[in-house]
Design a protein around this ligand. Structure first.
Ligand SMILES: N[C@@H](CCC(=O)N[C@@H](CS)C(=O)NCC(=O)O)C(=O)O
Length: 223
């Protein structure tokens, strides 16, 4: 069975959402955030101290977008995955990695310098600048999403899960108020997916049963 190590609303939400889209059995192991400080034994599982960590038999993976790519290719060929022979293959890989490398990265500076650092180490100007940078990058999706429902291949794919998580994080950070109209409509479409709702229910249920807080941080807006 697949095992996913997860913190509420962290990037490990991407593989959790994928698992719900696919419908494969999995075990969810919840930890408080950040596990590096609050769940020290986890360092033996992932010395980086980051989530996700996913195990599928002897396979161990720690990059959320790569896990989405893996799960789609392994369990959902031609559906959540885009095959090498499809014209949208390049666009698929590009958006899959755009979600993490281009959209999530600037938001982590907002998270750190507005929410996780304290006292003099807080840097509202840095947080503001990186929030603006994220929104400028996100805006490049507006023309595409004004013409199509999903990012590529005329269907919902793992690339939408990757970008969708960046939108979820933006919501937690209060940046969603500045989404452009088609991005906002896209985000609403993603949130309406039964698998997205099931993933939310699964993380909250697992957090409660495993004695972990159900919000990422008291400072951050809950879902
Ligand atoms: N590129 C990695 C980043 C993983 C990562 O930084 N995860 C964050 C949670 S969103 C984390 O665990 N941070 C805790 C820490 O750095 O101690 C991915 O996409 O999975």
């Amino acid at each position: 069975m697949i095992t996913l190590h997860h913190c509420v609303s962290a990037r490990s939400f991407r593989p959790l959402w994928m698992l719900e889209e696919i419908g494969v059995a999995y075990e969810l192991k919840m930890m408080p955030f950040p596990p590096r400080a609050l769940a020290r034994p986890y360092l033996e599982i992932n010395p980086l101290g980051t989530v996700p960590a996913m195990f599928d038999g002897t396979v161990r993976m720690t990059e959320s977008s790569a896990i989405c790519q893996y799960l789609a290719a392994r369990f959902s060929p031609g559906k959540l995955d885009v095959g090498i022979d499809e014209p949208a293959f390049g666009a698929y890989l590009n958006y899959l990695h755009f979600g993490e490398a281009t959209l999530t990265f600037p938001q982590t500076l907002v998270l750190r310098y507005l929410h996780f650092e304290t006292g003099e180490r807080r840097q509202p100007q840095v947080a503001h600048d990186y929030g603006k940078w994220f929104l400028a990058r996100l805006r490049t999706l507006e023309p595409l999403l004004s013409e199509q429902a999903f990012l590529c291949a005329d269907r919902f794919t793992a690339a939408d899960v990757s970008v969708g998580y960046a939108l979820l994080l933006a919501r937690h950070l209060g940046l969603d108020q500045q989404f452009t109209p088609s991005v906002r409509a896209y985000w609403e479409r993603l949130q309406a997916r039964p698998a997205y709702r099931r993933a939310m229910v699964a993380q909250n249920g697992a957090a409660i049963s495993q004695g972990v807080p159900t919000i990422a941080s008291p400072d951050i807006r809950p879902e």
